[in-house]
Design a protein. Structure first.
Length: 367
C-alpha cells in the first residue's frame, strides 16, 4: 500500500517518502489513512509492544519496526483511589509516554532512509527520539530550552545525540531548530510536525480497551503540543466508527495555568489558540505557548465538546507529594495531571471512573 500525506492547508497529497517537514505551501501534513475497523482478532498477541496493533496503524512496511521497537507500550493500569485509575506510561524504555510515538516515527525514518535527524523538545520527546534513533542507527541532534532538567539532558546525551540548550522559551527553541531544518535541510523528526508520531500514540487507547475490556467514563489528557491528545481522539473516533464502543468518553484536557492558549481559546469560544506570554512553570512538558496544531486541537475540542481546565501552579507539588505517598514517583508535569483533575472535581463535582496518565518518571526531574 502506497501511503501519502495530505496537507491540512491546501489538500495536496505528497508521498510519505519525502524528507520535507511540511507541504510546499507551509501547511502541516496529516496521513491520508483510514484504519480498518477494529477487530480483536487482528491484534498480534505474540507481540508485546504497541506494534501488536499495527493492523490499525499507518505502516511503511511490516519489517522495519522490528529492528526499532524496544517493547514500548503495554503499560499497566492500576487503581489509585476509588475514583481514579492511573495508566503507568512512564514504565517504558526512556521513562516517558513519548516512546509510543518515537517508535513509530523512527521506524518511519529508517524505512525511508533517513541517516540523520533533528528534533526540538522540552525533554521527554527529545530523549525518546534520541534513544530510538540510536536503536535504529540514525544520527540525532536535539534542541532543548533553557531550564530543561539536567537529568533529561544527560539521558539524551547518553544515547549519542548532540544537545543544544537554547536560551528563552520552549517556542523559541522550536524556532531555532526549525531554522536549522530550513537552512541546512536536516530531517525534522518532530513529534508535532510528523503525523507518524500520532500512530504510536493511538495505542494508549487500544491498550486501555484491551486491558479493561472497556473505556473509562473520563480520561484526563495533558495538552501542550497535543501529541497524546491527538492520538487519543483519533483512536476513540476509530473505535466509535467501528462500533467497538458506544459512547465517546468525557475527555478532560489540561494545560498549565501559566501557559494556557487552548484554555483561553475555549473560554472565549475561539477557533484559534489565544496569544499568551508563557511564564516559568513546573509543568514544563506542556508549556507550549504556540501549539503548531492548535487549530486542529481546537477543532477536536469543539467536535467532542471537550472541557479544558488548568493545573493550578500552587497545587502541583502537593499533588506530586500525594502521589508519591501512594508509592508512585512522577515528574512535575505528570503531577500536574492529577492537580488538574482535582481542580476539575472542584469545578464540576465528583468525577469517578477516571483514567489519568502517569506520563513521566520522577527520577527525570531535578528534585
Amino acid at each position: 500500500m502506497t501511503l501519502y500525506y495530505v496537507c491540512t492547508r491546501c489538500g495536496k497529497k505528497t508521498p510519505v517518502t519525502t524528507h520535507a517537514p511540511h507541504c510546499e505551501c507551509g501547511g502541516l501534513f496529516e496521513l491520508d489513512f483510514k484504519p480498518q475497523p477494529w477487530d480483536v482478532s487482528l491484534i498480534d498477541r505474540s507481540e508485546w509492544s504497541i506494534f501488536r496493533y499495527r493492523a490499525f496503524m499507518a505502516m511503511d512496511d511490516d519489517t522495519t519496526w522490528r529492528s526499532v521497537t524496544m517493547g514500548e507500550g503495554m503499560t499497566p493500569i492500576i487503581p489509585f483511589s476509588e475514583d481514579v485509575l492511573f495508566k503507568m506510561d512512564y514504565t517504558m524504555p526512556t521513562l516517558s509516554f513519548k516512546d509510543r510515538g518515537a517508535a513509530t516515527l523512527v521506524a518511519h525514518c529508517k524505512a525511508i532512509g533517513v541517516k540523520n535527524c533533528v528534533q526540538d523538545s522540552s525533554g521527554n520527546a527529545g530523549n525518546s527520539v534520541a534513544a530510538y534513533s540510536a536503536r535504529a542507527g540514525i544520527g540525532c541532534e536535539i534542541f532543548v530550552p533553557e531550564g530543561t532538567s539536567p537529568k533529561k539532558i544527560t539521558m539524551i546525551e547518553s544515547h549519542g545525540a548532540k544537545v543544544n540548550v537554547v536560551p528563552g522559551t520552549r517556542d523559541h527553541c522550536a524556532d531555532v531548530c526549525r531554522a536549522k531544518v530550513k537552512n541546512e535541510g536536516a530531517f525534522y523528526a518532530n513529534h508535532v510536525f510528523n503525523p507518524f508520531f500520532y500512530e504510536g500514540m493511538k495505542a494508549y487507547i487500544y491498550e486501555t480497551l484491551e486491558q479493561l475490556g472497556r473505556i473509562p467514563a473520563n480520561i484526563v489528557v495533558p495538552v501542550g503540543n497535543g501529541t497524546l491528545f491527538i492520538g487519543v481522539v483519533k483512536a476513540l473516533e476509530h473505535l466509535i466508527e467501528s462500533g467497538a464502543i458506544e459512547k465517546f468518553p468525557n475527555i478532560i484536557a489540561l494545560q498549565s495555568e501559566l501557559c494556557d492558549p487552548l484554555y483561553q481559546a475555549r473560554l472565549n469560544s475561539s477557533r484559534h489558540p489565544a496569544e499568551v506570554s508563557p511564564e516559568p512553570t513546573m509543568a514544563e512538558g506542556i508549556a507550549i505557548g504556540r501549539p503548531m496544531r492548535g487549530d486542529e486541537l481546537l477543532d477536536m475540542i469543539y467536535r467532542h465538546d471537550i472541557k479544558v481546565v488548568t493545573a493550578p501552579e500552587d497545587k502541583i507539588l502537593q499533588a506530586r507529594y500525594e502521589i508519591a505517598r501512594r508509592g508512585i514517583y512522577c515528574e512535575h508535569t505528570t503531577a500536574a495531571n492529577y492537580a488538574a483533575y482535582k481542580h476539575y472535581c472542584e469545578l464540576y463535582g465528583p468525577t469517578p471512573d477516571t483514567l489519568i496518565t502517569m506520563c513521566g518518571a520522577g527520577i527525570k526531574s531535578d528534585h
